[in-house]
Ligand binder design. Structure first.
Ligand SMILES: [Zn+2]
Length: 269
């Protein structure tokens, strides 16, 4: 499909949405969070990243985009940090399942959640709750596509760092002030060799960063709200990351389209 305009649910009439679903019943839900992103990026960074990435994917594939809720859920150590507004896990799980279930009424049967923020603690539960109701849902975190792609980045991805700031510089440079970009970080409670950073390839014996309480609360641990080195961020790196992600998700959407005709519920096949 040629690159066109992003297809946003909130910009369409109900009739047009139902007609769209008859031809293509895949919907993508971008989710982010409201969270401090250091002195150089806005608190809506993750939501803006999710929205921008979703638009690139929709322009390439024509996939329907569900409106992005700006708020998200957070690992426990983000709580209590100025700038952050975390939803409780129950609220966020309910938010996602309500949005997806609501979209099924218009004829959508396949869902992709694209997260630009580490909130696996609620997205995985939401996916399985939806599965119990017969709804096919995949949940992706954009940085899972990095998987050691160190030809673009110098460091692992963490927070408000080289990776996230590069994507922000590509998608919404008007909100980024690189003159304030800095290095930062905290010390995990066990050796880093046991922890899989976001976007890192898992190795035997390692745990995903969300599988433990590996960090002290950020309001005590972080001096400038950054984990990693934001000074290494560039727009060019961001463009490469977003293009790579867009191509990956487009391939996934195509795979679903090839396997299941519109109207088919994959869990009932
Ligand atoms: Zn972020």
């Amino acid at each position: 499909m040629s690159e066109g305009k992003a297809v946003w649910w909130q910009e369409m009439t109900a009739d047009a949405i139902v007609e769209h679903a008859k031809k293509d019943d895949i919907a993508l839900l971008p989710i982010g969070a409201i969270e401090q992103h250091g002195p150089h990026c806005p608190c809506g960074d993750d939501s803006y990243n999710a929205i921008g990435m979703a638009e690139h994917i929709s322009r390439k594939t024509g996939v329907m985009l569900l409106p992005c809720p700006m708020y998200g859920s957070h690992p426990f150590h983000h709580w209590g940090m100025p700038g952050n507004i975390p939803l409780t896990y129950e609220t966020h799980i309910g938010l996602i399942t309500d949005i997806v279930k609501g979209a099924t009424v218009s004829g959508f049967n396949k869902f992709i959640i694209l997260s630009a923020h580490g909130q696996v603690s609620s997205t995985i539960v939401a996916v399985h709750k939806l599965g119990l109701e017969g709804i096919f849902t995949l949940s992706l975190h954009w940085y899972d596509f990095l998987r050691d792609d160190q030809d673009v980045l110098e460091d692992w991805m963490w927070h408000a760092d080289e990776a996230e700031t590069s994507v922000a510089l590509y998608l919404f440079p008007e909100f980024v002030d690189m003159s304030k970009a800095d290095k930062g970080g905290g010390e995990p409670l066990v050796d880093r060799k046991f922890i899989i950073a976001p976007g890192m390839r898992p190795r035997p014996g390692t745990m995903y960063h969300f599988e433990g309480t590996f960090a002290r609360p950020e309001y005590r641990e972080l001096k400038n709200g950054i984990i990693g080195d934001a000074t290494k961020a560039t727009r060019e790196k961001g463009e490469k990351l977003v293009t790579r992600l867009t191509d990956h998700v487009a391939e996934l959407i195509e795979d679903i389209r090839q396997r299941y005709e519109p109207g088919v519920k994959p869990l009932e096949t």
